[in-house]
Design a protein around this ligand. Structure first.
Ligand code: FES
Length: 374
């Protein structure tokens, strides 16, 4: 044992230490030097080298297989309104994710094996240099800090210092409080909108009685004017809202106002789009349209951005946030992007005076899809 322990010797002036236990100072460990270089089996054995080469190539082939399966999954599995599933998960998303994971894992493992077993194996020594700044730089920095501290008067003004520290501490509460906005989940609050007359307040019902009509009109947003079929040309896209949002009482005050109005607008906003009736693909879209005019929720089913980027000729609607694309000719089907379900369609008709009106509320919840939805 004693051979491996650090050498311990006595130092210092024997006279000065007289009468005391002599000081014992540990010498630094002797420099162990570098161990002799160990050659890897692949450096000295051609068979091992070829084996490693085949392993790396096999991993890269596995990565290629992952890409082939990725493309096949994209083509084979259905998404949209009736997606294929595996367990409770969408088959397409699951398969795409697994195939891409396999590809990336195999690529990474192949590169690591290549570097470990086949790339050049040199040992190099890099001497360590002191990382500390020169003493004069450190003194200058301390001097600058001290001057700043003195000039700010922080030491002489405890009131300011303490209130500043308190303000900084309290500021940390802001993000904590904002976490509260992550919940609660909306539950069934997005299942109905103000397009549904049965959800109206007594004041809204009272106003409706004065109108003497049975169907709520789809009116232009911001200005609230009703829309006739002839107001829209093929290819047009118009932002619209339910007419109750523009109703006023006898004192010209809005019937729906304040936060109720903001929430109702956010849920009930729609877009109208006109196309040639022959271009409509799905039966639902045809049955719920009037002379080629279709109406859809304006709220993206991904995370709820308002949508109105329209491709006139293809009838595709693009969300500017993450590029989800919906087919207005085919029940709002998702064509591209992260949205998981179709854009809810509103059933249109014309009322007694020939204005566009909604037959009923949306039959699907509007807005983003949440995990608790069936
Ligand atoms: S919110 Fe529309 S694609 Fe994300």
């Amino acid at each position: 044992m004693s051979d491996t322990l650090p050498d311990v010797t006595h130092h210092g002036d024997a006279t000065a230490d007289e009468g005391h236990t002599p000081a014992r100072v540990e010498e630094p460990l002797p420099n162990p030097g570098l161990a002799p270089h160990q050659w890897r089996p692949t450096d000295v054995d051609p068979k091992a080298e070829r084996r490693a080469e085949r392993q790396v190539a096999g991993l890269f082939l596995l990565a290629i297989l992952g890409v082939v399966l990725f493309i096949a999954s994209y083509v084979v599995f259905q998404v949209g309104d009736n997606p294929d599933t595996i367990g409770h998960f969408g088959a397409s998303n699951l398969a795409l994710g697994l195939c891409l994971s396999l590809t990336l894992l195999a690529m990474g493992a192949g590169i690591i094996q290549w570097a470990r077993k086949l790339m050049a194996d040199h040992e190099i020594v890099e001497m360590r240099h002191p990382a500390a700044s020169p003493q004069e730089d450190r003194e200058a920095t301390v001097g600058i800090l001290q001057t700043g501290l003195e000039e700010s008067g922080l030491g002489r003004r405890p009131l300011i210092r303490n209130t500043l520290l308190a303000a900084g501490g309290v500021l940390g509460l802001v993000p904590v409080i904002m976490l509260r906005d992550l919940g609660p989940l909306p539950g069934d609050k997005l299942d109905h909108t103000i397009w549904d007359l049965d959800t109206w307040t007594p004041a809204e019902q009272a106003w409706w009685k004065t109108q003497g009509r049975t169907l709520q009109r789809v009116v232009r947003d911001v200005i609230g004017t009703p829309i006739k079929l002839t107001d829209l040309e093929v290819g047009d896209l118009v932002n619209a809202e339910p007419e109750i949002l523009f109703a006023v009482d006898d004192n010209q005050q809005p019937i729906v106002d304040g936060t109720e109005r903001i929430a109702a607008t956010a849920k009930a906003a729609v877009i109208l789009h006109r196309m040639n009736p022959q271009e409509i693909v799905s039966a639902q879209t045809r049955n719920w349209s009037v002379d080629g005019i279709v109406c859809y929720s304006k709220i993206c089913t991904h995370v709820g951005c308002p949508i109105s980027l329209n491709e006139r000729t293809t009838h595709h609607l693009l969300c500017p946030c993450h590029q989800s694309t919906f087919d207005l000719a085919d029940s709002g089907r998702v064509l591209f992007g992260p949205a998981a379900r179709a854009l809810p369609q509103l059933e249109l008709t014309v009322d007694e005076q020939g204005y566009l009106a909604a037959r009923r509320d949306f039959t699907q919840p509007v807005g983003p899809s949440f995990w608790e939805r069936g």
